[in-house]
Design a protein around this ligand. Structure first.
Ligand SMILES: [Zn+2]
Length: 140
């Protein structure tokens, strides 16, 4: 499943630091895929990607796509923000429970018409001119 892509003018205000390990995640996001790590020993998933399993401490991990949809667990509006994001404030962030049973914190889009906790959301790629970020967009 390929993620929806939203073209964003300009560069990322605070670009992520890409390591040899996280390059797979960022390249996947550029290709419209939402990847993370899964433990080859106990099959538990984790996000953000980790080079070891936080459940059983195995170092045998593999990359696998995550279900790119979930349910909004909580959200808030950010008014006091770091200087890098001041031009974007106020903006909404939220905690989303992915259908793969992972809980992630991310920017929340698609809330201009209002929404309720428990709304469905999907992961989208924010395609900035210098690379991707991701966010969750409320869809129902
Ligand atoms: Zn494990």
């Amino acid at each position: 499943m390929t993620l929806p892509v939203l073209k964003i003018a300009g560069k990322r205000p605070y670009p992520p630091r890409v390591s040899e390990f996280t390059r797979t995640f960022w390249q996947g996001l550029s290709d419209g895929r939402f990847l993370s790590t899964r433990c080859a020993a106990c099959a538990m998933r984790s996000f953000p990607p980790k080079p070891f399993c936080p459940h059983c401490w195995s170092g045998r991990i593999e990359w696998a796509p995550l279900a790119p949809q979930g349910t909004v667990y909580s959200s808030t509006v950010m008014h006091a923000v770091p200087a890098y994001f001041r031009h974007e404030a106020p903006y909404r962030v939220g905690i989303v429970d992915l259908d793969d049973r992972l809980r992630i914190a991310t920017r929340l889009l698609g809330v201009e018409q209002g929404f309720a906790v428990g709304a469905r959301a999907e992961i989208v790629v924010l395609a900035y001119e210098d690379g991707p970020l991701f966010a969750a967009r409320v869809i129902a």
